[in-house]
Design a protein around this ligand. Structure first.
Ligand code: ADP
Ligand code: MG
Length: 385
C-alpha cells in the first residue's frame, strides 16, 4: 500500500490569525466524505455502506468540529486543485515573509509603557532587560518592538536565542563548517555566523531570551558584545557591531526553579530594568480575546476565565501560577465546545475545560496536589467542579 501524497494549493491563503505564521496548506487528497476513521485511527477509503459501523454520537460531534475549525480550514480548501508538493516546495511556500506577517498585539496598560521604555532605551543606545514571570508577554513585546523599529529604520534584522544550561558561546557567535574549513581553512566562507554575530553585523536587534538560564561561562561571553560592542570570532578576529545594534535581555525572576543567577558583571551591563507582571483585568481580557479570534465567547465567561487564572496568582499554596496562555487556552476550548453544542450550560463547559487546563499549568508548593487546588478554585469561581 503506497503512502498518500501530500497535496496543497499555493493561492488564496486563508484568513489569518494574527498569531499565526504559516501561510500554506497541507492535506490528504481524499475528501472528508470519501474517508472513514478506522478503529486504529488511520484514514481509509470507504468500501461499502453495508460495512459502515455506527459511530458514537460524541465522536460525530467532534468530527463536525474538525470540519468547522478555521484552524484546519486550509486543509479542506486545497482539495479542489490537487497538486503534489515536495517537501522542498512546502519549505519554500512556508518560509515566513516578515512583511506579510505583521504581528498585532494589545498595547494597553503596562504593555504600552514597556514598549515606550524599550524605545527610549534604544534611542539612548543603552541596554534593557525585561524581567517577569513566564507567560506575561516578554518575548511577544520584544518581537513586536523589533517590528516597529524595522518600520522606522528600514532595517528588519532581528535575531534571538533562548538560553538554557546547554547553550554554549559558539551558539551565539557561530561555528566553522568542518568540510569547508578543511578545504579552505579558517576563512569567513567556512564560518556560519550565530544569531548574535548576525545581529551585530547587521546593526539589528538581538533578544537574549531566558538569559539567566545560561551558565556563567556562557553569560560571560556576552560581556564583550555588551561592553565593547565587539565580538571575537575564533581564528578570524574581532568584529565590531554596526551602528544600530541593540541587545535586549529577557528573563524570569531568579527565584524560579531552573534559573541561574545573573552574574554581577553581566547584571551591571544592563542599564534599564523593566519589570512586567500579570496584566490588569481589562488588559488580560483583551489579550485573551485577541488570541481567540474564531470561537468568540461572551463577556461574562471571559470574566470568569480571568477570575480563574487570577485566583491562581493569589493562592498561597501555588508556587508558579497560571500564565496568560492558560486563559487563552480556556477561551479557545470553551468557545469550541459551545459552538459544538449550544444547548449545554456554558459555565459547566468552562468548569470542565478549566480542569484540563489549570491542573497542568500551575505548580503547587511541595506536598500539595494541583488537582485539589484547581477543584477549589473552580468551585469558588463557577460553583461546579
Ligand atoms: N500584549 C499582548 N498582546 C497580545 N498577546 C499577548 C500580549 N502579551 C502576551 N500575549 C500572549 O501571551 C502569551 C505569552 O506571551 P510570551 O511573550 O510568550 O510570554 P513570556 O515571554 O513572558 O513567557 C503568548 O501566547 C502571546 O501571544
Ligand atoms: Mg518568553
Amino acid at each position: 500500500m503506497g503512502k498518500k501524497p501530500i497535496t496543497a494549493k499555493k493561492s488564496t491563503p486563508p484568513k489569518k490569525d494574527s498569531t499565526q505564521t504559516n501561510k500554506e496548506q497541507v492535506n490528504n487528497t481524499k475528501t472528508p466524505e470519501k474517508r472513514k476513521i478506522t478503529t486504529k485511527g488511520s484514514i481509509n477509503k470507504k468500501k461499502s455502506t453495508s460495512t459502515k459501523k455506527k459511530e458514537p454520537k460524541e465522536k460525530l460531534n467532534s468530527l463536525k468540529i474538525l470540519k468547522k475549525s478555521p484552524y484546519l480550514k486550509h486543509s479542506t480548501s486545497v482539495q479542489k486543485n490537487k497538486k503534489v508538493l515536495t517537501l522542498k516546495e512546502l519549505f519554500e511556500n512556508n518560509l515566513v515573509d516578515k512583511k506579510e506577517n505583521k504581528m498585532e498585539i494589545i498595547l494597553t496598560g503596562q504593555y504600552q509603557k514597556v514598549i515606550e521604555l524599550i524605545m527610549e532605551t534604544d534611542a539612548a543606545n543603552l541596554t534593557p532587560i525585561l524581567v517577569g514571570p513566564p507567560g506575561v508577554g516578554k518575548t511577544t513585546l520584544c518581537r513586536y518592538y523589533a517590528q516597529i523599529r524595522a518600520e522606522i529604520t528600514g532595517n528588519d534584522s532581528f535575531e534571538w536565542l533562548t538560553f538554557d544550561e546547554s547553550t554554549k558561546p559558539s551558539h551565539l557567535v557561530g561555528s566553522f563548517n568542518p568540510a569547508i574549513t578543511i578545504q579552505k581553512g579558517f576563512l569567513f566562507d567556512a564560518f556560519n555566523p550565530g544569531p548574535l554575530t548576525k545581529a551585530m553585523l547587521m546593526g539589528g536587534v538581538f533578544l537574549a531570551n531566558e538569559i539567566n538560564r545560561a551558565t556563567e561561562y556562557t553569560q560571560n561571553s556576552l560581556l564583550e558584545p555588551l561592553e565593547e560592542r565587539m565580538i571575537s570570532i575564533p581564528h578570524i578576529g574581532r568584529i565590531k557591531a554596526s551602528p544600530g545594534f541593540f541587545f535586549i535581555g529577557a528573563m524570569n525572576p531568579s527565584e524560579l526553579v531552573g534559573t541561574h543567577r545573573l552574574g554581577e558583571a553581566l547584571k551591571d551591563r544592563f542599564n534599564v530594568w523593566i519589570e512586567l507582571d500579570y496584566p490588569k483585568k481589562q488588559t488580560e481580557i483583551k489579550i485573551i480575546e485577541h488570541n481567540n479570534p474564531y470561537f468568540k465567547i461572551e463577556e461574562g465567561l471571559l470574566e470568569k476565565i480571568y477570575l480563574l487564572v487570577n485566583r491562581t496568582r493569589t493562592h498561597h499554596q501555588i508556587q508558579i501560577p497560571a500564565s496568560l496562555r492558560s486563559g487563552i487556552t480556556m477561551a479557545r476550548l470553551t468557545g469550541i465546545n459551545i459552538s459544538k453544542n449550544q444547548k449545554l450550560n456554558s459555565n459547566k463547559i468552562l468548569g470542565e475545560v478549566a480542569n484540563y487546563v489549570l491542573a497542568g499549568s500551575i505548580q503547587p508548593k511541595p506536598g500539595i496536589k494541583a488537582k485539589d487546588i484547581v477543584r477549589s478554585i473552580i468551585t469558588q469561581v463557577i460553583g461546579t467542579s
